[in-house]
Write a new protein. Structure first.
Length: 202
């Protein structure tokens, strides 16, 4: 890349992702300006475009890092699981916890930033994002589907099932509106148990 050593390029890319993560988590995709990001990193807007075509592409990089971390966390979480049921239960519980506490993932998967991203990115970039997501949790669901006790035999279907988790997290707002916050966690735990039982054949 013109004007930068490899070391400088790596540093700027890292700092762009770090600044983007902080700003996107606080303000979301729409309210975060490229100039906000470049001010944090100490570069000009023209330099930003040497690294990314748009703030949406930077956001996608940030999301990929978050999703990759989830994949690592799931692997650690299920490392000592003694059964298929326990693997599924721990995976679902961790996914719920991540979506409930990670501002970036919450905004993308539960709030409106996911749709904004789809509107701003071309089909090839979106396809690449899906492939990256599959690489993160794909090996896990492939192993599940190879187990004769797992109800689904298509890894894509199993991955799509995990994609339903954000919908229940979004449902939490209804608990908040009805002043029934204490009911959300028991309902979530019941859903985890129901899904686990339903996905494993006797």
């Amino acid at each position: 890349m013109k004007g930068f050593t490899d070391e400088e390029r790596d540093r700027i890319e890292r700092e762009l992702r770090e600044a983007g993560r902080e700003l996107f988590a606080s303000f979301g995709l729409e309210r975060t300006r490229i100039s906000d990001i470049t001010d944090e990193v100490g570069i000009g807007t023209s330099t930003f475009y040497q690294f990314y075509d748009s703030k949406a592409e930077l956001y996608l990089d940030v999301i990929y890092e978050e999703v990759t971390q989830i994949g690592d966390d799931v692997a650690d979480e299920i490392a000592d699981a003694e059964s298929l049921e326990e693997e599924i239960r721990r995976t679902l519980t961790l996914l719920f916890r991540k979506l409930e506490t990670n501002d970036i993932l919450y905004q993308v998967l539960v709030e409106d930033d996911g749709q904004r991203l789809r509107n701003q990115l071309d089909a090839d970039v979106q396809k690449r994002h899906h492939e990256n997501k599959y690489r993160t949790l794909g090996p896990l669901v492939e192993r599940w589907t190879e187990n004769e006790r797992f109800r689904a035999d298509d890894p894509e279907v199993a991955l799509d099932m995990l994609g339903a988790v954000p919908q229940f997290v979004a449902h939490r707002r209804q608990f908040d509106a009805l002043d029934r916050n204490d009911a959300y966690e028991p309902a979530r735990e019941l859903l985890v148990e129901t899904l686990t039982d339903g996905l494993v054949l006797e």
